[in-house]
Design a binder for this molecule. Structure first.
Ligand SMILES: [Zn+2]
Length: 223
């Protein structure tokens, strides 16, 4: 794990913090219990006291966005999310295709967990918005959701939900959670071809990023 990247393991999903120029940026915000896990992680040696400047969302699914509003308020941080996932961020999880099953689950979750949208979201598309630190660039990886994106950071890619990485059980995101599984496969193949050293997935075990990349390439070889 690069020393300026921290994996924060939250229940069901993990998220990441990166350190750039003595500022912290969060990549996604976890699900139930995420705020507690993130605050505890940020209180560690080397991270404590650094300002949290921004929250970057890979896509609009609830298990990545649930805590964006409260963390943004707590830290006075900006939030950036993909424009194509605007409906999801607004709390409308109805999607087409098989993804309606996952959409319905999230719709219920949003009501039950009192989801609220962060105020003042910077909507990003192809161009990397000015708020992003220079060290990060957006890689569009559509399919899981329309706006699903990764972030390239040096020779590592925060790859969102392009796959789940659990040893021999690693897999492409299940169809019920994808807006377009064929497109999601193509995005995974794009990542497999990238000249990088490792990936950071959100549904994963604690393996190092180079092992996650190896598993992703293993899935790509079978597509
Ligand atoms: Zn997702």
């Amino acid at each position: 794990m690069p020393e300026n990247v921290m994996q924060i393991r939250c229940p069901m999903v993990c998220c990441y913090a990166i350190r750039v120029n003595e500022c912290v940026y969060l990549i996604d915000t976890g699900f139930v219990g995420g705020v507690k896990a993130i605050e505890r992680a940020l209180d560690q040696e080397g991270w404590r006291g650094l300002p949290v400047k921004g929250i970057l969302l890979t896509h609009g699914h609830l298990d990545h966005t649930l805590n964006a509003a409260s963390l943004a308020e707590r830290h006075q941080a900006w939030v950036a999310a993909p424009a194509a996932d605007r409906l999801l961020l607004n709390g409308d999880f109805r999607v087409t295709g098989l993804g309606w099953v996952g959409g319905a689950m999230q719709q219920l979750g949003a009501v039950f967990l009192h989801y609220r949208k962060a105020e003042d979201i910077t909507w990003y598309e192809e161009d990397t918005p000015e708020v992003f630190p220079d060290a990060l660039s957006i890689v569009k990886l559509p399919g899981h959701t329309a706006g699903h994106s990764g972030f390239l950071f040096g020779r590592h890619l925060f790859c969102g939900d392009v796959f789940a990485s659990f040893g021999a059980a690693s897999h492409l995101s299940p169809g019920i959670f994808n807006e377009d599984t064929e497109l999601a496969k193509r995005s995974l193949l794009e990542v497999a071809k990238m000249d990088i050293d490792g990936v950071f997935p959100h549904h994963c075990d604690g393996a190092p990023p180079e092992i996650h990349l190896e598993r992703l390439r293993g899935i790509a070889a079978k597509i």
